[in-house]
Design a protein around this ligand. Structure first.
Ligand code: FES
Ligand code: FES
Length: 79
């Protein structure tokens, strides 16, 4: 499987709402980062669901290399 494209070497801070689902772009091709816009079609990637447990800010991975994706875990610092 090919590697995802790095959208940016930093996370995206996003306000999420408890109980809502968010679809994180795993391929890096979306124009609506950090979320999927359907651009993964034709690749081996599919978006990853993130279900918010509480309302507040979370940091979605922008480099697409986080081990704990879809959230940033600091892996971008090693790229
Ligand atoms: Fe990247 Fe859908 S556009 S996973
Ligand atoms: Fe990908 Fe931080 S932005 S691990």
């Amino acid at each position: 499987m090919s590697s995802p494209k790095c959208a940016q070497k930093a996370p995206y801070p996003i306000e999420v709402e408890a109980g809502k689902s968010y679809w994180w772009c795993a391929c890096g091709e979306s124009k609506k980062q950090p979320f999927c816009d359907g651009s993964h079609k034709g690749t081996a990637f599919v978006p990853t669901e993130y279900k918010a447990e509480k309302t507040g800010q979370v940091w979605f991975c922008g480099c697409k290399a986080a081990v704990s994706a879809p959230l940033c875990d600091g892996t971008h610092k090693t790229l």
